[in-house]
Each structure stands twice: as C-alpha cells, then as structure tokens.
Design a protein around this ligand. Structure first.
Ligand code: FUL
Length: 471
C-alpha cells in the first residue's frame, strides 16, 4: 500500500461548478457598436444612432448553436465601449438611444428568451472596463453603477448560468484606474443567482490563458489558490487593441498548473476548472473581410477534443453581422460541427463489450461505467492506486475515439494512465496520458481491435471512473 495523499482529493467542485462543466460546449456572442464601426475595441464615443440590426433574429442564433451541439450562450450585454444591449436605467448609452425598434428594443430580453425557449442556458458578459461611463475610475461611484447594472441583468432576464468578467483593460499606466470591488460584485451574484458561476475574474471558472484555442496537455482542476488572483488574471489579459494577442499560445512557464510537484509546494488549493475560449473567426466581432476566415472544421474539432475532452469546457464565439444574424458561413460550420459530433459519438461500442477489472471495491464494479452519471461508478479498493481494465469484443471493432470520465464529485484522482490495444496478436501502447478529470477524449486512428486495455498507473487515492465510451 502506498502512502496516500488525501489533501489533494479533499478539493472537490461546487454544485454550480459541476453543472457548468456538464454544459461542455457553449457559445459566446460578441455584439455591440463595434459591429457597426468594424472595430474590436470601441472607445466609448460611438453614437448609438449607428446601431440598427434590422433583421436581428435571436432564434436564428440559438438554433445555429444548438445544431452544433452547444448547451449555452453568453452574450456581451456590455463590452468595453460601455454600450448596453438592454435599456439600462443607469446610463443613456444603450439600445434605447438607438434606432433599433425605435428605441424600444431589448436584445438581452430577446436572446435570453430565445435561449429559454430552446432549453439553452443563458449567460451574461458584463465588461468591468467601461470606456463610456464617466464614473469609471472614481472608485465606489463606479462600483455602485456596476452593481446596479448587475442587478438589472440578474433580476430581469431569468436564470443565468454564468457571469463572465473580462480581465481586459487598455487604460495603460497613465489611464483611469478603477480598483474593482470584486467581493461586492460576487456577493450580488451569489444572492441573486446562486446557481451562476463567476468566470475568469471570478472564483468558479478559470480562463485557460489564451484566446487562440490552445490547450494544455494536462489541464488540472485542482490548482493553487493564487491562480484566481484577479490582478494576475488582468495582467495576462488583453491590454491593447492588437490582433497578435488573439494568436498568442500558452507559454511554457504556464503549462503546468496542477501536477503533484506543483501542488506539493502550495498551501492553499482550489477547484478551479478551465474554460477554453476562442472565436470562430480571427476577431471577436463581425468583420466582413473575415467572411472567408471562418476556422476550418478540423481546427474546431481539434479544439473541441482537447478542451471538452481535456478536462475543460469550450466557449466558442460567433459574431452576428450588422443585420443581426449569424453569417451563413458560420452557420454552415456550426451545422458541420454538430453533424461531426453526432457521427463521431453517436454509437457507443461499449454496448457490445465485455468488461473486466483486476481490482474493484465491492459495489463499485466495472459494469458501473456503462452509464454516464455519478450515482454509479467504478473504483478500486482503498489504498489501491493502479488497476487494469479490459474491454473485449467477440469480433473486431473499428475504434476512433475513447472517452474516459472520472467521478469528479470525488475530486480528480488519476494522474497517469495508458491505453493498449490488441492488434495482430500484439498488445501495443496506443496512448499515454495524465489527466482524466471530467472528460478525457482520446482520438485514435480508426484502429481495428478486439481488445483494449486501460491501465491506470497512478492516482492520488483509489481511482474512480464514472463512464467509459468507445466510438
Ligand atoms: C478580451 C476582450 O478584450 C475581447 O474584446 C473579447 O471580449 C475577449 C473575450 O476578451 O479580453
């Protein structure tokens, strides 16, 4: 029996974090005056008079993301330019001052309703950095204003699954300096929407650290408390309006946030799962000149497999056009993603497999991995941190993807595993991995086999598996 490290596995997700992670794949929608000025960052002086998305159809947005297999939508209710997509009572810089629906429109209402009609979770992006409001930089005066806006968004638009606080600020050293009263913001969110996660500059969902769709080889959910320091997050966020930022990858010094070597040196640990965010196009906002720059399906699937299938969630931005519609090229891609996911994960070959594990705790046998839930799961006996699981078929099967899930209610435990398959009478190692966590997807190149062995080689304490999928 090896010495067991209980400290790490005491760190588990909250119910809201668990629900958030289950959404797996959801969309961002960046829409504001920038859409009409062809900019990525507005400076707050743009006239609401230019805002008139005459064909706006929130249902078209929601239908399209649903077709891609997404389960949620986060709307930029207010971006850095300070323009509000809802008629806020606390500023004039809103849709009410625009020709859209003769000033009677409320896009937050339209989108939240379209989401709830379609069973899609609705989330709110409210930029802390506001380049329009006079009180920005005035301390409490701005916090009061910001709190009022939060209250409007969190009381008038139904249930919200996340509040996304951007760390970006382009004021520079000589600009306005607003010290945000984060704790006050968080208190309002917890009170008005107790089920909502607070993402990025918040305690529940961690920004993966880049906007290019780059993912970590090992993305841990138990990480040092210091990773949620809002000052640090802001420092790493975008600080000027440049395209290069969006192409920057994860730096080497940031690659390992949660291996045992890292965590052993840390006093305070938290459950802080990663979210990978990128745009379907180079920019976050719509630009006609990017119509032929929609990311290829292969790239998006690669990001999907490495984020959703890499113990993170995937937040993919789709920017509406000036008319207020998703562009046909983006819609086409979203449908392709959905079709791909259906075909790739439609038929689980586990139905035909015989299962065997060389160690399990009574009541937690390997048959429990056939259902995708946390109520029944496989685990080894106390003190046993390695095990071998055989998946066997009477006839050869063609395999393209393996899916492994831990019961993360009991934290993440697996640290090292490998996969072998029987090909032409020989056992070949076809994959070596570290993190499983919420979900690990292993793409395989259409291997033909009658036996797969999953060997869990090391775990923090007795490893669990809540689900296994073979596709
Ligand atoms: C960044 C912002 O500056 C971008 O405009 C965009 O909203 C992205 C999601 O976050 O930091």
């Amino acid at each position: 029996m090896k010495e067991i490290d209980n400290r790490l596995v005491q760190i588990v997700p909250s119910e809201r974090q668990l629900n958030h992670q289950k959404l797996q794949f959801y969309s961002f929608v960046h829409f504001t005056l920038n859409t009409f000025t062809d900019k990525e960052w507005g400076d707050g002086t743009e006239e609401p008079a230019i805002f008139n998305p005459e064909k706006l159809d929130a249902k078209q947005w929601v239908d399209s993301i649903k077709a891609a297999g997404m389960k949620g939508l986060i709307l930029t209710c207010k971006h850095h330019d300070g323009f509000c997509l809802w008629p806020s009572n606390y500023t004039e810089h809103t849709v009410a001052a625009s020709p859209y629906k003769e000033g009677k429109g409320d896009i937050v209402k339209e989108v939240s309703k379209a989401c709830s009609d379609a069973g899609i979770a609705f989330g709110v992006y409210l930029s802390p950095w506001d380049r329009n409001n006079k009180s920005y930089g005035q301390g409490k005066e701005y916090d009061d204003f910001f709190i009022h806006q939060l209250e409007e968004l969190l009381t008038n638009y139904g249930e919200v699954f996340t509040v996304w606080f951007d760390g970006a600020c382009g004021e520079g050293p000589n600009g306005k300096k607003q010290i945000y009263d984060w704790d006050r913001y968080y208190e309002v969110i917890r009170r008005l929407q107790p089920g909502a996660c607070i993402s990025v500059c918040g305690p529940d969902v961690r920004w993966c650290g880049n906007e290019a769709g780059d993912t970590r080889a090992s993305e841990w959910s138990v990480v040092p408390m210091r990773t949620r320091d809002t000052e640090k997050i802001a420092e790493n966020s975008q600080q000027q309006d440049d395209d290069c930022f969006r192409e920057r990858n994860i730096s080497a010094h940031d690659a390992d946030l949660g291996s045992r070597e890292i965590l052993d040196k840390e006093k305070e640990l938290i459950w802080y799962p990663a979210e990978v965010n990128t745009s379907i196009r180079p920019g976050w906002f719509y630009h006609e000149y990017e119509d032929d720059k929609v990311k290829p399906l292969s790239k998006l699937i690669h990001i999907y497999n490495n984020s959703v299938g890499g113990n993170a969630t995937f937040l993919l931005n789709i920017p509406p056009t000036k008319e207020g519609l998703f562009h046909e090229n983006d819609v086409k891609r979203l449908h392709e993603i959905g079709a791909y996911l259906k075909q790739a994960y439609g038929k689980n070959l586990m139905d035909l497999a015989e299962l065997k594990a060389d160690s399990f705790m009574p009541g937690f046998d390997i048959e429990n991995v056939r259902t995708d839930d946390y109520d029944t799961y496989f685990r080894t006996n106390d003190g046993v941190t390695d095990c071998m699981i055989h998946l066997m078929w009477r006839e050869k099967v063609e395999v393209n993807h393996l899916v492994l899930k831990e019961n993360i209610r009991l934290s993440q435990r697996i640290e090292k595993f490998e996969v072998q398959s029987l090909i032409d009478g020989n056992y070949n190692t076809i994959y070596e991995g570290t993190v499983v966590g919420h979900k690990k997807i292993i793409p395989l190149e259409n291997i033909s086999t009658s036996e797969i062995i999953i060997r869990i080689l090391d775990a923090r304490v007795a490893p669990t598996l809540s689900f296994l999928g073979v596709y």
